[in-house]
Design a protein around this ligand. Structure first.
Ligand code: NIG
Ligand code: FE
Length: 413
């Protein structure tokens, strides 16, 4: 017997359509169904419509009455660093007093601070801590999350972070896309020897990551004072040759050309982009690389927001993600991210929805499976408490997610 779930009579079902990222003007073309039901079978969306026979076919206990509520695809948080040890509350307050993120990093704080705590954390400690974080993500409607390593920057800890993510997928419902970010910073033992460090990752860590299928993606922090454009190009090309899909932390603090490099290498996404140049924006618009914007990080760093409006108008595919991490932005608040996107970055509510669903799915290479409510796609669904998607930005910074469904099962209510 097929396992069924019926979401009946939703005031609105709102979804982007397709199996690839939506670019430019297409981002706001979401499909809106009114007073509509969704039939789910064996974890997949079977049909969307108003067939009254569904209510007699599906057992009553497998029906959810969505009268007066809005149904959306599950949110895809396509850029996070959620597995880590320790906290950096002091650094947050130093920043509020005027110290910059890079100054803190140059003094041995920042990423290398979390590195020490993560190297000292056992797999079980990391798992316990991450379970709590994933639980909170689910309550915000996140059904798929991308998670990066990068707080080990040595062989054992990098592998441990990725193994922990693999194990976490078995222990809770949020689907986890794993990214190897060994090239997150330069660890103290390689100070001043960037090229040797990158070669160590390529020779001694990445073959094992690949062989044990611990990560689909490889990422690098391409930034002034971290890894240069040349270093990033060489490293990502080597990763690509090994069979990794690519991502890049690009143009976060200064304009370096990371956006252009992301497009040149065919990265699935170039992320941050606060300081992407006009040429970089053009390069992204002419590519299949998703421009992944992380407004809560800009907010926490008191930096200008990435130019979302300009990017969409130029024809880019924009995704929104939280960048949840212990330093530059300790928040996975989806409502805050939506508020910043709509109020400060000039995105429409419809564009924000596409950015958080289908375009996020494309950024993690899964737009053929998730990111929209369409027949055949995985039934990852969020039900909002209110009758219109417009309540998402309107109820500013408030979580209005009521029910979360993952692969056809209710996983949060
Ligand atoms: O995406 N910019 C580099 N990496 C993270 C921050 C990591 C940290 O501060 O721990 C980011 O913002
Ligand atoms: Fe990041």
């Amino acid at each position: 017997m097929a396992e069924q779930l019926l979401i009946k009579n939703a005031a609105q079902v709102v979804t982007p359509l397709g199996q690839t990222a939506l670019k430019g003007a297409a981002m706001k073309e979401v499909r809106i169904y009114e007073n509509t039901s969704i039939l789910i079978e064996d974890g997949r969306i079977k049909a969307i419509g108003n067939d009254s026979s569904w209510e007699t076919e599906v057992p009553v206990e497998q029906q959810i009455d969505a009268t007066g509520k809005t149904v959306l695809p599950g949110f895809v948080d396509s850029h996070t660093h959620f597995v880590f040890g320790g906290y950096r509350a002091d650094e947050f307050l130093w920043r509020m007093e005027g110290m910059t993120y890079m100054e803190i990093m140059e003094r041995g704080g920042g990423i290398n601070n979390t590195m020490k705590a993560t190297r000292n954390a056992s797999a079980e400690e990391l798992i316990d801590h991450s379970l709590d974080i994933l639980h909170k993500m689910l309550a915000f409607g996140i059904t798929t999350v991308e998670g990066k390593s990068g707080y080990g920057m040595d062989h054992d800890t990098e592998i441990r972070q990725l193994e922990v993510m693999k194990e976490l997928e078995k222990r809770q419902p949020v689907e986890i896309v794993r990214t190897f970010l060994g090239a997150h910073s330069i660890p103290p033992e390689y100070k001043g020897r960037n090229q040797e460090f990158l070669q160590f990752l390529v020779d001694e860590v990445m073959p094992e990551v690949k062989q044990q299928e611990l990560a689909q993606f490889c990422d690098i922090f391409c930034e002034k004072g971290v890894f240069s454009i040349e270093e990033s190009r060489k490293f990502l090309q080597q990763a690509k040759d090994m069979g990794f899909d690519l991502k890049i932390h690009a143009d976060e603090i200064v304009t370096l050309g990371g956006a252009e490099l992301g497009a040149e290498l065919g990265c699935h996404s170039a992320d941050h982009l606060l300081h992407a140049s006009d040429e970089g924006i053009k390069a992204l618009a002419n590519s299949n690389t998703v421009a992944t914007l992380l407004p809560t990080t800009a907010f926490c760093l008191k930096e200008p927001f990435a130019p979302a409006r300009k990017m969409i108008d130029a024809g880019c595919a924009v995704a929104l993600a939280t960048d949840f991490n212990p330093g530059s932005g300790f928040t996975n608040s989806v409502p805050l991210m939506i508020a910043l996107g709509v109020i400060y970055m000039g995105m429409t509510a419809e564009e924000a929805i596409t950015a958080l669903t289908l375009n996020g799915a494309a950024a993690v290479g899964r737009a053929d499976q998730i990111g929209s409510i369409e027949e055949g796609k995985q039934a990852d669904i969020v039900i909002l408490q209110y009758p219109s998607y417009k309540f998402l930005p309107y109820h500013t910074g408030v979580n209005i997610v009521e029910t979360v469904i993952k692969k056809g099962k209710v996983v949060h209510q």
